[in-house]
Design a protein around this ligand. Structure first.
Ligand code: AP5
Length: 595
C-alpha cells in the first residue's frame, strides 16, 4: 500500500479535522502478522517516492521484525537533538530497533513532501536547499498531527529534528507534549562538516553511508549512492550556525530531562550510552506503574517521578539575596521533596539530602528554613498515612563533657511549637524524637534526622548507627548531616571516630544535592551551581549575567557521580572530558566540599 505525503492527506481527507488530520495508521509487520509495527509517516511516504534516500533507510529498518520493548506503563517519549550530522538518524535507527518507538523525523517528513512535489514540499524546498529552517507553522502542523496518531500514543515516540526553535518548543509545551528524556548528541564542528560532506545515501535500501567512516560494502552499491542537496560544505555551515543560534533557547525548555552524549565516538559506543539511558527511563516508568502503592504504601500517581521532574524549571535566580523569598524557599522544599519521594518509592532506605543554599550556609544559617524543609517532607509522608519520626539529637556526653552542636540548640523546641497543620498530625503521624537506638518504635515508618553532627568532644556516630540498625529496612533520611572533623576547643581537629563516621556516612546515598559554586575562598559572585535530584545525574550550571540585568543558569554538563573539582573546572573552561587537565589556572572553584 502506498501512502501519500501529509499535505495530500490534508487535501484528500473527506472530513478534515484541524487538530487530527487523517494520516497513516500502524501497519502489520509482514514477517509476523501479529507484530504491530510502529510506523514512521515519512517512511511510508518514501515507499512511494524513490528520491528520498534517507527515508528508505528508515522504511527498511522497519521492514525487519522489530523488538518492541515498551513497558507496561506509559510508553517512552524521546527527543533527540544535535547539530546537522551529529548522528541523530543513525542513532534513531538503532533506537527504533531496540525500543520499537515510532520515529518521527521532520527532515524525513519534509524530504518526502519535496519528493512528492506537494505544496508543502514546494514551499519547504527553497528553505531546505538554502540550509535554512522551514517556517514553523508548516513543521509544527506536521509534527503535532503525527504525534497524535494512535501508534505514537501506544508505542511511544522518538522525535528527531523537532523542536528546532524556541517557538517550536513552546508549541509543544502549549499542547502539553513533553519528552521523558531529551538527548543531545555533542560533536565538534570540524567533524560535523566532514560527516555531512562525506555522507552518501543508498536510494535503494535507504542506508546511510560515509565515504570514509562507513564506506559501501560493494562496488554496485557505491555506484548508486547519492548525496543530499544540503550536504555541501557551505550549506552545512549555514545549518550549523542556525542550529547553534537556537540550541540554547530550546535547551532551557528541556533542561530537567536533558542528557548530553558525546557523539564523537563509534556509533555502537554512542548507542550503548543511549541504550542505557533509555532503558533506565523505561525501567523508571515501568516501576512507577508496577510498584504503585507497594513500597512503604506511598501512593503516587502513575509516571509520577518523570512528570514531577518534568515540571522543574531550572535554578532560581537572586540566590545571593538573603533572606530568600518564600518562592525560592518553596522551590527548594519542593525540589528536595520530589527527589526524596522518588528515592523512597524506588525502595532506597538510607538517604542523604545535602542542600547548601545561602540561607543554610553555616555563616548565615537560618534554622527556620531547615525546619520548614523538614516539615514539608514529614507532612508529605504523613499525608500518605505514614508515621514519621523527626529526630534531633539531644545533648551528648555527660557531666562537664555534655554538649550539643550550637546550630541545633533549641531546635527540638522549635519543632514542637511549629504549626503542623489543622489535622493533628503532630503526635499521631509525626513524632519528634532524638537520635539513638531506643528512639525507634515499632509503629514508626520513616525517620528524618535533622542535621546530625558531632559536638565538640562528642561523636554522634554510635547513636546514629544504633538508630539505623534498629530501623532495619525502614527509610532513614539524613538532612544536611555534618559528619566531618570539627575543630576542638584547643583548635586541634577532632578526629574521634573518624573512620567509623566516614564509612557510615558513605553508606547513605545522596538523593538530593545542591550547592552554589564560587571562586575558591569567596562567597561572591556566584559562578554556578551543582544539583542532583534522584535518580537523575549531577547537573553543573554556569551563572550568566544577562544584559537586562537578569541572571540565568545554563547547563554546562552532567555527571553520573559527583564531579571532582577538576571535572567542574574543565567543564567551566569548556575542555573536553578526555583531555589531559591543566595543572594551574584561575579556575579554583570549590575545593574540599565537592569531594
Ligand atoms: P534533517 O534531516 O533533520 O537534518 P539535520 O538535523 O541537519 O541532520 P542530518 O540528517 O543532516 O544528520 P543526522 O544528525 O541525522 O546524522 P546522520 O545519522 O545522517 O533536516 C534537514 C532540513 O529540513 C533542515 O536543514 C531544515 O531545512 C528542515 N527541517 C527539519 N526539521 C525542521 C524543523 N523542526 N523546523 C524547521 N525546518 C526543519 O549521520 C551523518 C553522517 O555521519 C553519516 O554519513 C553517518 O554515516 C555518519 N555518522 C553517524 N554517526 C557516526 C559516528 N558515531 N561516527 C562516525 N560517523 C557517524
Amino acid at each position: 500500500m502506498l501512502h501519500a505525503p501529509l499535505s495530500s492527506v490534508h487535501r484528500n481527507s473527506a472530513s478534515p479535522s484541524p487538530s487530527l488530520p487523517r494520516l497513516s495508521t500502524p501497519s502489520l509487520c509482514p514477517s509476523s502478522p501479529s507484530c504491530v509495527r510502529p510506523t514512521c509517516l515519512r517512511s511510508r511516504h518514501v515507499l512511494s517516492f524513490s528520491v528520498s534516500p534517507k527515508t528508505h533507510l528508515r522504511a527498511k529498518s522497519k521492514s525487519v521484525g522489530l523488538k518492541v520493548n515498551c513497558s507496561a506503563g506509559e510508553p517512552l517519549k524521546v527527543m533527540i537533538s544535535g547539530a546537522p550530522a551529529s548522528g541523530k538518524g543513525t542513532q534513531c535507527e538503532l533506537i527504533v530497533k531496540k525500543f520499537g518507538l515510532v520515529h518521527i523525523s521532520t527532515g524525513d517528513l519534509l524530504r518526502a513532501e519535496v519528493s512528492a512535489g506537494t505544496d508543502i514540499g514546494n514551499k519547504a524546498k527553497e528553505f531546505m536547499n538554502a540550509g535554512k529552517l522551514v517556517p514553523d507553522e508548516i513543521v509544527t502542523a506536521m509534527v503535532t498531527a503525527r504525534l497524535s496518531l494512535p501508534d505514537a500514543q501506544e508505542k511511544g515516540w522518538l522525535l528527531d529534528g523537532y523542536p528546532r526553535s524556541y517557538a517550536q518548543a513552546q508549541s509543544l509545551e502549549e499542547r502539553k507534549i513533553r519528552p521523558d528524556i531529551y538527548i543531545v548528541l555533542d560533536v565538534p564542528d570540524e567533524i560535523l562538516i566532514d560527516r555531512c560532506v562525506g555522507r552518501r545515501l543508498d536510494p535503494v535500501t535507504g542506508k546511510i553511508y560515509h565515504i570514509k567512516n562507513f564506506p559501501p560494502e560493494t562496488e554496485e552499491i557505491k555506484a548508486r549512492l547519492v548525496t543530499r542537496p544540503d550536504d555541501t560544505e557551505e550549506k552545512v555551515k549555514s545549518r550549523l550556525e542556525i542550529y547553534k543560534q537556537n540550541a540554547q533557547a530550546i535547551l532551557s525548555t528541556y533542561l530537567s530531562v536533558m542528557n548530553k552524549i558525546d557523539g564523537n565516538r563509534p556509533k555502537d559506543v554512542v548507542f550503548s550510552e543511549v541504550d542505557s539511558l533509555l532503558s533506565r527511563v523505561q525501567n523508571d516508568k515501568a516501576k512507577t506503574t508496577k510498584l504503585e502503592n507497594t513500597v512503604y504504601g506511598i501512593s503516587l500517581p502513575s509516571n509520577w517521578a518523570t512528570k514531577k521532574e518534568g515540571k522543574w524549571r531550572g535554578i532560581p535566580t537572586r540566590l545571593n539575596n538573603i533572606p530568600h523569598s518564600r518562592e525560592i524557599r518553596t522551590y527548594f522544599y519542593d525540589d528536595v521533596l520530589q527527589a526524596t519521594q522518588r528515592a523512597i518509592y524506588d525502595g532506597k532506605t538510607r538517604l542523604k539530602v545535602e542542600i547548601n543554599i545561602p540561607e543554610l550556609n553555616p555563616d548565615v544559617y537560618r534554622i527556620g528554613t531547615l525546619m520548614e524543609l523538614v516539615r514539608v517532607i514529614a507532612l508529605s509522608f504523613a499525608d500518605d498515612g505514614k508515621r514519621v519520626k523527626v529526630c534531633v539529637q539531644g545533648s551528648m556526653g555527660e557531666g562537664a563533657l555534655a554538649g550539643m552542636p550550637l546550630q541545633l540548640a533549641g531546635t527540638r523546641k522549635i519543632l514542637e511549637f511549629m504549626d503542623w497543620g489543622d489535622h493533628g498530625a503532630l503526635g499521631t503521624f509525626v513524632k519528634i524524637g532524638s537520635i539513638g537506638a531506643k528512639e525507634v518504635d515499632e509503629q514508626d515508618d520513616i525517620f528524618i534526622l535533622v542535621a546530625p553532627q558531632n559536638a565538640v568532644g562528642n561523636c554522634i556516630i554510635d547513636d546514629l548507627r544504633g538508630m539505623t540498625e534498629s530501623a532495619g529496612m525502614r527509610p532513614v533520611i539524613l538532612i544536611n548531616p555534618r559528619l566531618k572533623d570539627l575543630p576542638g576547643s584547643s583548635g586541634i581537629m577532632q578526629t574521634m571516630g573518624r573512620d567509623k563516621r566516614l564509612e557510615y556516612a558513605a553508606s547513605f546515598e545522596n538523593c538530593y544535592f545542591f550547592r552554589l559554586l564560587y571562586f575558591a575562598g569567596t562567597q561572591y559572585p556566584i559562578m554556578g551551581a551543582l544539583r542532583m535530584s534522584y535518580p537523575y545525574p549531577y547537573e553543573l550550571y554556569k551563572r550568566v549575567d544577562q544584559p537586562s540585568k537578569k541572571e540565568e543558569y545554563i547547563l554546562l554538563s552532567t555527571f553520573d557521580g559527583r564531579p571532582s573539582i577538576d571535572e567542574v573546572n574543565d567543564a567551566f573552561i569548556g575542555k573536553p572530558r578526555n583531555q589531559v587537565k591543566n595543572t594551574s589556572g584561575i579556575w579554583g572553584f570549590l575545593s574540599s566540599i565537592l569531594q
